[in-house]
Design a protein around this ligand. Structure first.
Ligand code: ZN
Length: 428
């Protein structure tokens, strides 16, 4: 839209769009991106998992991630999350869905301390946090949790829901970590009880079909793939967000699209972990809807995620312009990701319309080499080229969020120093 002023209420929600003239706050506004799937502490592992001992597979990388998970105190986690969320802010995200499973403290008790540390980090950076507490009950089919997994354990549902209810912004979404970590029948019971407690709109998030061996394990025990299992339990509907689904079968992908469940793709993490490629173009043709997640937060940029999605499709098909016919490829991918990201977090956000928070990314073409004569050409150049500082002005609920280093240099430097120290300790 052009030549428009936003009228906001006291909470930063848009109440009206009105015609207006200059002076402008900026040149062009997009709805700020919504991150459907983040693990803030994984950012600590960036650069540490590329040596032979951890480099082999997803599973060897996971051992490194478990080492980090086992040792982080709430103060450590706050520093790491501050660094991660600041990168997400700079990457165009106003809201973050944090898939949270660090439930137990060093003494083994269920504790909200880690979740509160994440909330403090988000508050400092100025992004909106939606915590998604994840049920986690075992190491795999027939295997007890061991080692660092014990920190994730939530063996009983009611105490876990009590704990979840006490977390900041409770009840928008809950998660079942995966069918590896939770028996399917228990997952269905958990979701029913969570909705009885938090309301029927409470979202369900779940990791599914990220790795071949995980799909095989589910098939061996259930006689079908993980998405088919979820569907048989009545858990595939528009309130469900399936994260990855990389190795779902064609039938399962069609089912996901048909049921209106959302897919959360994390393309940079799926590449980083060597998961594989999801056939997004055919999923879209079947009516499938998707959001993006920053997941491991190695490089936290919404444009980077969208660029990789489009490039993966080009490389697979040997053709250009795959995920939207254009003109306006970047605009189409961005608005799709923001809208569906808000949906999976049950947030009134992700679109510039009355009722939604005024979460905006205001672009400044003067900070790039690209011509802004045609906004769609400019946005496509930012998607495929280097956006430079064009994305610098992020607004959350109508308030501008400049870089944290400028607003709180002491807090930012303390977080960075702790982050680097933790990286050094993990590397040794
Ligand atoms: Zn994840």
């Amino acid at each position: 839209m052009t030549d428009t002023a936003l009228v906001l209420d006291g909470t930063g929600r848009i109440v009206a769009l009105e015609p207006a003239g200059p002076p402008w706050d900026g040149w062009c506004a997009l709805p700020a991106m919504v991150d459907g799937h983040s693990h803030a502490f994984h950012r600590l592992l960036t650069g540490l998992g590329e040596r032979a001992a951890a480099a082999g597979s997803f599973w060897s990388w996971r051992a490194l991630m478990y080492r980090a998970a086992a040792r982080l105190t709430p103060e450590d986690l706050e520093a790491v999350a501050t660094v991660a969320y600041e990168a997400l802010r700079a990457g165009g995200y106003a809201s973050v869905g944090e898939f949270h499973y660090l439930h137990r403290d060093a003494a083994g008790a269920l504790s909200p301390a880690a979740a509160r540390a994440l909330a403090r980090a988000a508050e400092r950076v100025g992004v909106r946090l939606v915590l998604i507490p994840a049920l986690y009950q075992r190491g795999g089919y027939g295997r007890a949790a061991e080692g660092a997994q014990e920190r994730f354990l939530t063996p009983e549902i009611d105490p876990f829901l009590d704990y979840a209810a006490a977390l900041p912004e409770a009840g928008r979404a809950v998660a079942v970590h995966s069918l590896r970590a939770v028996d399917p029948a228990v997952a269905a019971d958990f979701v029913a009880r969570a909705r009885a407690r938090f309301g029927a709109d409470c979202r369900l998030h779940i990791h599914a079909a990220e790795q071949h061996s995980e799909v095989e394990e589910v098939r061996r025990h259930e006689g079908r793939g993980p998405l088919a299992v979820l569907d048989a339990l009545g858990l595939l509907d528009p309130r469900t967000a399936v994260v990855h689904a990389t190795h779902a079968s064609a039938e399962e992908r069609a089912l996901l699209a048909r049921r209106g469940a959302r897919l959360v793709l994390c393309p940079q993490t799926e590449a980083y972990l060597g998961d594989g490629l999801f056939p997004l173009r055919s999923f879209q043709e079947e009516g499938g809807r998707w959001a993006i997640g920053s997941d491991a937060n190695t490089r936290a940029g919404a444009l980077d995620e969208l660029r990789l999605l489009e490039y993966e499709a080009r490389l697979v098909d040997g053709k250009r312009v795959r995920l939207d016919p254009g003109p306006g490829l970047a605009r189409a991918l961005w608005t799709r990701g923001a809208r569906e990201g808000a949906h999976v977090l049950a947030l009134p956000a992700g679109e510039i319309r009355p009722g939604c928070f005024a979460d905006l990314l205001v672009l400044d073409p003067s900070e790039t080499p690209w011509s802004a004569a045609d906004p769609d050409v400019f946005l496509d150049a930012c998607l495929l080229g280097d956006p430079g500082e064009a994305l610098a002005s992020l607004y959350v609920a109508g308030e501008r969020r400049p870089p944290l280093a400028a607003r709180d240099p002491v807090g930012w430097n303390a977080a960075l120093a702790r982050f680097r120290r933790l990286q050094e300790e993990l590397a040794s």
